[in-house]
Write a protein that binds this ligand. Structure first.
Ligand code: SAM
Length: 242
């Protein structure tokens, strides 16, 4: 998959793209991710990317011309290749795991990161294929939002996550993208903090006995219930921390 990110702050991505699994996926040529400075597609000496909104109002908007030129020059022009152009926007449709699955099947994703008061609405109307929000809150810009979408999509691309099993049985991996993963624990069996916790009076924090039983049937049943019912997990937690 090829991922192109259009932004006025390309440096924001340097750590994100050069660490951990995304770095490995790029090295292995499973994904190619490139950031592009929107100013590259401006035509004036000042490299202007923004202007005041018609009708008045606070702040500036990113202009349509450089964004249009950027998307046109980055888009795969081959019909058989599946490209989606995504505008990050607080008023877009909320991104879910289902969208991550759908987008992971594309050949190319182009992200348009807004800034300031946002982007000329014609980008949503005529340029982007979809307008995506990562949640009901407002960020400074679309850069962090694009990172969220890129991470969620990338880990579904075959071989990016080494153990395929770990992406098959996790939160939202069911078709409806509703279920949550069961709680998980690792060593030690009992943790006894040396300092008093502000959250609980319990001195011994134990792993649920059933997980240590070796009884796979019982473990599976416990996991099943725990993953379906967050309330049950809360109750269990309360009982164990009193
Ligand atoms: N005036 C806009 C509004 O009220 O919806 C908010 C603009 S915001 C300060 C600047 C840019 O950040 C947006 O154009 C968008 O690209 C990005 N952004 C902010 N919140 C976002 C969110 N929840 N999801 C995706 N992108 C977001």
């Amino acid at each position: 998959m090829k991922i192109d990110i259009i932004t006025i702050f390309p440096n924001l991505f340097s750590g994100f793209l050069s660490e951990s699994l995304l770095a490995r996926a790029q090295k292995k040529k499973l994904i190619t991710i490139k950031t592009h400075d929107l100013r590259k597609w401006t035509t004036d000496n000042h490299k202007t990317v923004d202007d005041r909104p018609y009708g008045g109002g606070a702040g500036m908007l990113l202009k349509i011309e450089p964004i249009f030129r950027a998307v046109e020059s980055l888009k795969f022009k081959v019909k058989s290749k599946k490209t989606r152009t995504i505008l990050l926007s607080a008023k877009g449709k909320t991104f879910t795991q289902k969208d991550a699955r759908r987008l992971s099947k594309c050949d190319q994703l182009i992200f348009i990161c807004g800034r300031y008061e946002g982007v000329d609405e014609r980008v949503a109307e005529y340029v982007a294929d979809e307008e995506v929000s990562i949640g009901n809150y407002v960020l400074f810009g679309g850069e962090v939002a694009s990172m969220v979408v890129i991470e969620a999509v990338s880990r579904l691309i075959p071989r990016v996550v080494q153990k395929e099993e770990s992406i098959k049985n996790e939160s939202f991996s069911d078709k409806e993208a509703k279920e949550k993963e069961h709680p998980q624990y690792t060593r030690p069996e009992v943790f006894e903090p040396k300092v008093k916790s502000l959250k609980t009076k319990a001195r011994k924090w134990k792993v649920p006995k059933v997980l240590l039983s070796g009884n796979h049937k019982k473990i599976a049943a416990w996991r099943n219930q725990a993953s379906l019912a967050p309330k049950r997990r809360e109750e269990w937690r309360r009982r164990n921390t009193e």
